[in-house]
Design a protein around this ligand. Structure first.
Ligand code: FAD
Length: 699
């Protein structure tokens, strides 16, 4: 991008699920309103920027993966800056501001951002603005919004300083003089202004639109009988407040219907970062009983005709579509029911005010409308404020319009968190709740993120079952609630469950009753690289596995692999193996009862199980959760980890289990080493560093 060097800054982002990119785009848009120009690139586009020679300030927005790694798109960059031969003044010329995104529910909160920040500091780079660490758990916007608000003053100062250094005094005047009209000034109008003012001013060039309404209007939004706020109703003080709403994002996509027929793009064109494989589902088994709280399914894929390869412990991705009924419903609400199968051409809108606008990579230039809504857009995504802001313009009812303005305004931040974020309100929910909102297609493409492929841990060994790949998942269920009158299933798990239902219950007139089928049910998968969650390279090293619920999945692969190795290499020495498994009820959701076979043939040395909801008549109640069981084997845990330099693996639910297990291990280390907790935590950190304490957790 060619930028005016007097106002330019370099804006880099590294995104895993699109959030960092969306925030970088927001920064880029707001920059224009502040008279600055963002030269924006993904961190992976290393041929498009050069930090070694960069003179202008650099803004970095970077997310973190669930395992605490930087996103895939930042890996090369991180590797490059971690080169230990770089001198400590390598980036002494660099001024930067960094915004890290993370989720405090995960162990390594904002670790991607922290890693880059730490290393840039070590290499002499200077902060021109304090680092922001935003937490998806409580709402990214709580940090992101004020961080962006404060960025502009800091950036101007940094640019000024840089140009002073370069002796560009004439430029200094240009940058330091307030832009006219000062775009970042927030105006608040008083409530008695005319109702016509409700029409938003400006065309997106302002960083904050100002709204005002007379009190009669406000009463329309909040009828006296509604004393409780809800998604569609507000209560004082918000309902009576003047609002600062974000700038209207400039529209930049044009969707043209075409009179052509043809074929939709292949799914592989949607996954740029990996090769995709379309493989048959050979077998589907329900591992849980009908009365279990969650339904767990095991699917066996036939990968024998592909070059897809994996190691036990790897995860891979399933490319899934949105729910077909939801797509139809969306088309219906948008008034496009008849046009779903029509081809559309998606282009950048001519004359758009969005800087550097381009068609999102995940949207084909030509495809049917249904293809876009089914395979490309995460239509269940929680609505971002920028999207709400854009939807205000397509809403005709005054009350609905005002409520949407509130939800994206600064004053309505807590209502946004409560009624949108925490209630997981998606686009369809919103269209139901705000029936006068009739958005055009381009807005969906501009604001809905890419439909992500879902990751699953492999639950098999390629040595034990060549040509097969198994995985296990719980069918995610979202019960009905006030904002969503019908219950839903997870996008991917709901789709998979419906897809394999005929395999689970083979019809009576087929000969096949064992669950294995010659059906042509196929799914598209792709590898998920960069995994360290593998068996120890040295088989004589002992290891412990903790995998309650579906967390057991990769350990089945480990054990199958180990069993085969033991059969093939009778002269090898094999270390002891421990498995801690837990579920709710022994008779309903004990996923792999055949674990006993591994125990009987010596592959598994110790199997420790617990059942959290089974009642017990024992005098001393048995432990309920895996972390409680681990504590019973404190001496063994300490021995394996400290004396025998063994490995400790945890897989499964992040929220309720992995942290509890880590706490238990810290307590054990502290007790067994007679050290304080801090010391024990340091040891655990060292074990993680040595990749001997490994987690594969998801929420
Ligand atoms: P989605 O539709 O994506 O919904 C899941 C999430 O969306 C919820 O957790 C919640 O955060 C949010 N959400 C959406 N709507 C609502 C709502 N109405 N109410 C509440 N929350 C809502 N899973 C397994 O079962 N087995 C595995 O082996 C496995 N391995 C994994 C390995 C890795 C490396 C990773 C990252 C994840 C793994 N997962 C695994 C999780 C898996 O990728 C999916 O996240 C999971 O299956 C749900 O996908 P889904 O599309 O069905 O659900």
């Amino acid at each position: 991008m060619c930028c005016d060097s007097k106002r330019r800054f370099l804006l880099l982002y590294a995104t895993q699920k699109g959030q960092a990119k969306a925030i970088a785009e927001e920064i880029s848009q707001q920059a224009c309103a502040h008279g600055l120009e963002a030269d924006m690139h993904c961190l992976s586009e290393m041929d498009k920027y050069n930090l070694e020679t960069e003179k202008d300030p650099v803004v970095i927005v970077i997310s973190t993966t669930g395992t605490g790694e930087p996103p895939d798109t930042a890996r090369k960059f991180v590797k490059k800056i971690q080169d230990t031969t770089l001198p400590p003044d390598h980036f002494a010329h660099l001024q930067y501001g960094l915004l890290g995104l993370g989720d405090s529910e995960y162990m390594f909160f904002c670790n991607g951002g922290k890693t880059v920040d730490r290393r840039l500091q070590e290499l002499g780079a200077q902060h021109f603005y304090d680092t922001g660490l935003a937490d998806d758990c409580v709402g990214l916007e709580l940090v992101v919004d004020p961080w962006i608000d404060g960025l502009w003053v800091a950036l101007r100062k940094a640019i000024l300083l840089q140009k002073e250094k370069e002796g560009m005094n004439s430029v200094v005047d240009a940058v330091s003089s307030p832009l006219s009209p000062a775009p970042h000034v927030v105006h608040e109008l008083n409530l008695s202004s005319e109702v016509q003012n409700l029409r938003l001013e400006g065309d997106g060039a302002r960083s904050s639109d100002v709204l005002s309404q007379n009190l009669d209007d406000i009463n329309l939004v909040t009828p006296a009988r509604n004393t409780e706020a809800s998604l569609v109703h507000s209560v004082p003080p918000l309902s009576q407040s003047a609002l600062n709403v974000p700038a209207l994002p400039p529209e930049y996509i044009e969707v043209q219907f075409q009179d052509i027929c043809g074929e939709n793009p292949h799914l592989s064109s949607l996954i740029l970062e990996a090769t995709t494989f379309e493989v048959p589902v050979k077998k589907a088994v329900q591992l849980t009983r009908e009365d279990a709280i969650k339904t767990a399914l095991l699917l066996e894929l036939d990968i024998s005709d592909t070059v897809f390869d994996y190691q036990p412990g790897d995860a891979f991705c399933v490319i899934c579509p949105n729910n077909a009924n939801e797509v139809e419903e969306l088309l219906h609400i948008l008034g496009l029911s008849e046009k779903g199968d029509d081809f559309v051409c998606v282009k950048v809108k001519q004359g758009t005010k969005k800087k550097g606008a381009s068609r999102p990579q995940h949207i084909p230039e030509r495809s049917t409308l249904k293809f876009i809504l089914t395979w490309c857009l995460e239509i269940r995504a929680i609505l971002k404020k920028a999207f709400l802001r854009a939807l205000v313009e397509c809403t005709s009812d005054t009350g609905e319009k005002r409520r949407l303005q509130e939800l994206c305004s600064r004053q309505g931040a807590s209502d946004y968190t409560r009624f949108i974020r925490e209630s997981n309100v998606c686009f369809l929910d919103l269209l139901h709740a705000f029936p006068s909102c009739k958005p055009s297609l381009n807005l969906l493409i501009e604001h809905l993120p890419k439909l992500q492929a879902r990751s699953y841990s492999v639950s098999s060994s390629n040595l034990y079952q060549p040509g097969k790949l198994c995985f296990v998942f719980n069918v995610v269920e979202f019960p009905a609630c006030p904002t969503r009158p019908v219950s839903r299933k997870g996008v991917c798990t709901g789709w998979l469950a419906a897809l394999v239902a005929p395999l689970l219950h083979p019809s009576k007139n087929t000969l096949d009753t064992k669950g294995e089928s010659s059906s042509t049910v196929k799914i598209s998968i792709c590898p998920r690289p960069n995994n360290t969650f593998h068996l120890p390279a040295d088989p004589s090293v002992p290891f412990m596995m903790v995998g309650p619920g579906t967390g057991i999945s990769p350990f089945i692969g480990f054990l199958q692999h180990r069993q085969k190795l033991r059969e093939q290499h009778t002269d090898w020495e094999f270390g002891e193996t421990w498995l801690f498994f837990g579920c709710r009820h022994q008779n309903r959701d004990y996923l792999f009862k055949q674990l006993r076979c591994f125990l009987e043939n010596g592959t598994l040395t110790h199997l420790k199980v617990c059942f959290s909801r089974d009642s017990s008549t024992a005098e001393v109640a048995p432990p309920k959760y895996v972390q409680d069981v681990i504590r019973l084997y404190a001496k063994d845990v300490a021995r394996v980890l400290l004396k025998e330099r063994g490995y400790f693996y945890i897989c499964g639910d992040k929220k309720n289990m992995a942290d509890g297990v880590s706490d238990a291990v810290v307590d054990i280390l502290s007790m067994e080493m007679e050290a304080d907790r801090l010391e024990a935590m340091k040891i655990l950190a060292m074990l993680r560093e040595e990749k001997r304490y490994l987690q594969d957790v998801w929420s």
